[in-house]
Each structure stands twice: as C-alpha cells, then as structure tokens.
Design a binder for this molecule. Sequence first.
Ligand code: ADP
Ligand code: MG
Length: 331
Amino acid sequence: MNLAELGEFGLIERIRKAAPGHPGLRLGIGDDCAVSCLHPGEELLTTTDLLIEGVHFRRDWTDLYRLGRKCVAVNVSDLAAMGGEPRLLFLGLGLPAQLRVADCEALLAGVLDAAAAYGAALAGGDTCRSPGPLLLSVTAQGAVPTGEAVLRSGARPGDDLYVSGTLGDSALALRELLAGRPLDAHLAARHHDPPARAALGQALRHSRAATAMIDLSDGLLADLGHLLAASKIGAVVETGQLPLSRVFAAAGATDPTVLDLALKGGEDYELLFTAPPARAADLALLADAAGVPLTRIGRITPPEDGLAVKDRNGRLLATRAAGFDHFRTGT
Ligand code: ADP
Ligand code: MG
C-alpha cells in the first residue's frame, strides 16, 4: 500500500496510535493544538530543523528508520547545546504520494524510538503531499530551570575550550559516500544515526561548569566562530589535541587532507563549550558519568586575538572558518 491509498488522515491516525503520551502533555495528536504544561520555575526552549531529500540526505544512502532517528537527534542536539531536557516533538512531513506506507512506518518508528530514548513525546505535526523530494521538519521543545540555559555568549578570556566525542567522522563518511565507497560500521553510525549529547548537555548545565556552549552541525571552526562572535572573544585551537576516532586517524595517516574534515566537516552533533580551568577535574568526572569523552582543544583569548588555529608544533595555520552555508556551498 502507498500513501495515495492510505490518505492523509489514515496516516495521521496511524501516527496518533503509535505515539505514546508524556507527563507534561495534556493533549497530544488529534486537536488543533497540543496542550502541555511547564513546571513553575522552568523556561521553554524551542528549536526547529528541516531535512530535505537531495540536500541533507539521499534515499539510496540511508534507510527511513535511521532518517527518522536522525531528524530527532539533530533537534535534540540543539536542546542539549543549551542544557535543556527534551520534552515534546512536532513532526512536519512532506511525502510523495507514491511512498509506501511501510516506509512511512519505518520513518515513524525511527522518530518514536529516538524520541523515547531522549525522554520526549511526539505531540503533533503536519502532513502534506510533496510533489518531489521527501521533506522532514522537526520542532523540538525542552525545558531548563529559569535563567539557566547555557548560551553561546558566556565565554570569557582564560576559559578552556572543550569538545565532546570525536570530530570529522560524519564528514569523512560523506566523502566516502560521494566517492562511491562503502562505509565501515563506525562511520555509517556517525553519519546516518548520530546520537545527540542530551544527557551530557544537561549535566554541563547542572554543574554550571560550562560558560558557553554550541552544538557542532556546520563544522568545528564555523560553529566556534558563532560562539566567538556571540561571546565577543577570540580563541586558540590546537589541532594536535583534536579528538579523532581510530577510523578517522587511520584515514588521516594515509591522506592528510582528511584532517581538514575534523576542523571544517559538518554534522558531528558534538558539544563545543568553554569552562574555567578551575573546573577541569569536575569535567573529567562528568565525562566519566556521561560516558562521553571530553577533550580540551584550546582556550579562549581576548577579542583582538581573533581565531588562531595552531598545528602540533605550535605553528599558526591559515584558516577561514568556512563551514557549511546552504546558499554559498555546493549545489
Ligand atoms: P489542522 O488542519 O488543524 O492543522 P491536521 O489535520 O493537520 O490539523 O492534524 C490533525 C492532528 O494530527 C493535529 O493534532 C496534528 O498535530 C496531528 N498531526 C498531523 N500530522 C502529523 C505528523 N506528521 N506527526 C504528528 N502529528 C501530526
Ligand atoms: Mg495540518
């Protein structure tokens, strides 16, 4: 069966039946709006991200289950970057009428599995026919205690610069896919099914160690550039300190151009944050508890110093913070 046979409301009914409730959700799918409540002393975070076939993903490279998981994770990553607890998700779907219902259900299963993993509930959305590409728009809502969201703007000269996980794997995967080479399991997982650092982001907020934070979607240097601009500061990045996976380091050993992907490649969905040096020991404990490595990759400097990238010998590299820009990069 395809969607032309099932129809919009048949599909929405299936989504409604499959979506579990949530303690803060009074009314979910089925009315004109979702009705939810916040606890006193909380602020609401809301973020949205769009994934378009041919721009963000290719159907011949990924399956719809993992795509469903990824469209949730990229939004939860934005909540994590402010230290938010994920709560509700809204799912906008633009679907070709010929899409098989089984594929829709795989997509939905991915969305619901990821939502459950992050403690969020699917509370609504919209469903339309697309004349061409598949389109997914997720809006995620989360909560933080009032005044405690970790902003991009709080970094101070003297802070250390940290990143979670490893860098460049997703961009390396994309490069392999474009070259027509098969992906090993690690790269495939990092590119098609990246985890959002939701628990880590909340732990960093709760510890009050992070002075500023952003998630890495456009590439380390580009996203660091956003943090520097918001905080009105400079930074030194030491490329010798960048955390690399075994697979990535092995690829970099035979092809030095790979290393650039750790600086400029997109879709890492790791957290980049700043913290005073006095909090280093707390961060080590927090990384252990979260099960995600944290690596110091540089430090924050006065604004007039700008962004400096140094190689392992301390030599300054000429770099531009060129990350992904939808209207300037590619086709
Ligand atoms: P309206 O015409 O008022 O926008 P719809 O008929 O589009 O209502 O949607 C009916 C209900 O189904 C709403 O609660 C809406 O949030 C929900 N809904 C529609 N599409 C989706 C979707 N893709 N995922 C989750 N909920 C959806
Ligand atoms: Mg509608």
